[in-house]
Design a protein around this ligand. Sequence first.
Ligand code: AMP
Length: 910
Amino acid sequence: TRTVPGELKWAASPSEGGWEEVSIMDEKNIPIRTYQVCNVLEPNQNNWLRTDWIPRSGAQRVYVEVKFTLRDCNSLPGVTGTCKETFNLYYHESNEDRESYIKESSFIKVDTVAADESFTQVDVGDRIMKLNTEVRDVKVTTRKGFYLAFQDVGACIALVSVRVFYKTCPLTVRNLATFPDTITGADTSSLVEVRGSCVNQSEEREEPKMYCGADGEWLVPIGGCLCNPGYEERGGACKACRAGFYKAKSTDPGCAKCPPHSHSLRDGATICDCHAGFFRADTDPPSMACTQPPSAPQQLISVVNETSVVLEWTPPHRLGGRSDTSYNFPRPGAGGGSVSSSQFCAPCGSDVLFSPGQIGLMTTRVVVSELRAHTHYTFIVHARNGVSQASGAGAAQSVSVSVTTNQAAPSPVSSIQATDVTRHSLSLSWQQPDRPNGVILEYEVKFYEKDQRERSYRIMRTFSRSVDVTGLNPLTVYVFHVRARTAAGYGEFSTPFEFSTNSDPFPLIGEGVNSAFLLLSVSGVGILLLISAAVFIISRRYIYIHTHRQTHRVKIYVDPFTYEDPDQAIHEFAKEIDVSSIHIEKVIGMGEFGEVCSGRLRVQGKREIYVAIKSLKAGYSDKQRRDFLSEASIMGQFDHPNIIRLEGVVTRCKPLMIITEYMENGSLDAFLRKHDGQFTVIQLVGMLRGIASGMKYLSDMNYVHRDLAARNILVNSNLVCKVSDFGLSRVLEDDPEATGTYLSPGGKIPIRWTAPEAIAYRKFTTASDVWSYGIVMWEVVSYGERPYWDMNNQDVIKAIEEGYRLPAPMDCPVVLHQLMLDCWERDRAERPTFSQILNMLDKLIRNPGTLRRTGGERYLQCTKAKTEISTSKVWSLCEWLQSIGLERYRDTLAAAGYTSLDSLLALTHQ
Ligand code: AMP
């Protein structure tokens, strides 16, 4: 209203004698319009003042700041009973600016507003000191605009100014994404999800997102953008790389100087060009220096050994700045080859062998074999590297050597065929050796009976490539070798070739005996296998019984699913209760398997106790029965004041029942929501201590809970918290927290409560229970708020992955939030153990002073602190400032005369 020129002319009812518009001068002597009413002497006042229609312009929650002065009723004589010190604020949503009179019934009350400060007759001149400022907020979502109304019921009051505003999260750039100015949501806890757009010259790394909180602050930045190649981040924008610099990929951290022997002349280079005479291979990364092809190999020497040559050389004098030099012996037709003594050039035959190879050699030695005897060869070695092709360089990089091979014996005959077979003779023939290395003068055939080995053999010589071998024994296998002779001598014998003088199939040695033997061996092996299996089973059984006994002694939890017969497990760990000793009274909840009731249990010789009774609904499957009873088999193994106690089970008649102790206050999350803000920090820490103690017991038993959450903690009438919900099946297959779950191979997981390694690869350990415990702490301190509010599961996973953690709930002691953060360490080895958590909480309970420091929102803190100051006489001003993190103002306050909490009580917003 301070900015409105001229009169306001708001609607008033009654139009006379109620609210009146009065122009006054403000503290800077500027005229302002106010409304005043002061009918303190007359009873039953009902004076309404309504603003003009206010368009809401997209806002969903608006704030109304009212500045007003109010007369202290006590300072007015004779007004008892009629004088009031409050007024009421109303609103009414409407699409149009047409309502000329005030229709009281259509207005909804926002609040009754009281003054912090009232004035008396004496100090009425001191206006500034007595001005009250109150802010209220109201959700306006249904119409295009709204009216506000002020109802006076008999106060002496002046409305000095009214300011109506809404909150936005301001335009901002985060992770190179621009987020527009965004109007906050309708509720105080709602988050508005906003998608950012990448700044100029950048691209999306992962969808950029943030949430606009109700107080106009941006929360939980996820994802973001990366500067394009050729650009780098400077001051929240993407700026081009300067000349001499480059950036190849958007994921590179920033522009880098051009590598050696390269340059960039213009801004925004994505790669640097090579200097003249320097090159880059296709596979070279842009960060690599430009390089050159190598010079020729050096000192090529050759050693001839009959028909092979060993070639050795030293690496080129200049490697061109690279380490990928390799050597080639060009293939025929590619410039290399052999030169014969008669100066007739012919390429090497394809049968010449280069060892270890002919192309792409990384060594400086090669053995060339299978050359022709007594022949002139020229060998050319090329040195190459990754840029040889790009540079187009050729002959300058090669070196050659000429050699003449020695005379050599012929190579072996490669195959022998039998062309004619009789009972006493064999006709054999063969091909000339691949490399005769001269004129073949004769062939030598060596043969012997296979049974005789080479103990006695015969030799035959022939000029032709065939021979008839006679005088052989019938039905006998003979082995043949053939070798050739030239002027250089005999070559090697061929490999052995076997032929038989009888073409009948060769009989198996003692066929009948063989099958009998086979039968015997098979049955023998069978018996042996049976014996070893029996020994194995007996030893396993022994080990099982042994370890089983041991586990009982050291109190380790036994998984009921290791029992083949679930009934055996249930009777080992749970007591059978006679159904006649149970009195069911009422239904208190719904479990996965059926109703949960409360009732009484009277066991003979004991006093009657209240119990909770879970029953298995009719028509269950075998699996459901097993899963239902497994919870009792697990619970029955525990005995701890912070673990829900199993009284027994009913399995002998239907319906099946599990009887546990009765927890009057039900589950912890619902209980806290019902009692929002009603406990002291010490009480909350006490609850957390109980849960930690129960969890320490479970972890000592080697039991991993996997579904620790406030909804699975039960509270009794003494506020003792007990861990419950040991249903294995439910955790793995069908958690009731269905909205908080996320399908993974093998079952659903309550995402918001689960450690990242358990979500990613189902690594459930005591350390993942510790993570969940941290979430339970947050749930408890925020009185049952939903972890990560209404963010979706995928965003929760992403945010955690990017390092985001839940902030401290309002009024949360710093030490508690630190403990939560410790539980949420990414590395599970870094998380505290339950034993350490328990010690820490015990320490806090012993020294409650450590719980005073909170890092909550300052404004709310101040308002709240005002009440605290007036009730607490223990704190000094300094202590209180410390507790709200404002100790730096101590000197300023002292300089202005505020040295005690009492003096501070008089402090106003001004
Ligand atoms: P559950 O199947 O264990 O999740 O139980 C379903 C609901 O029944 C819980 O959320 C509780 O509200 C209630 N309930 C279960 N056990 C007990 C108990 N021992 N004492 C009191 N209420 C219980």
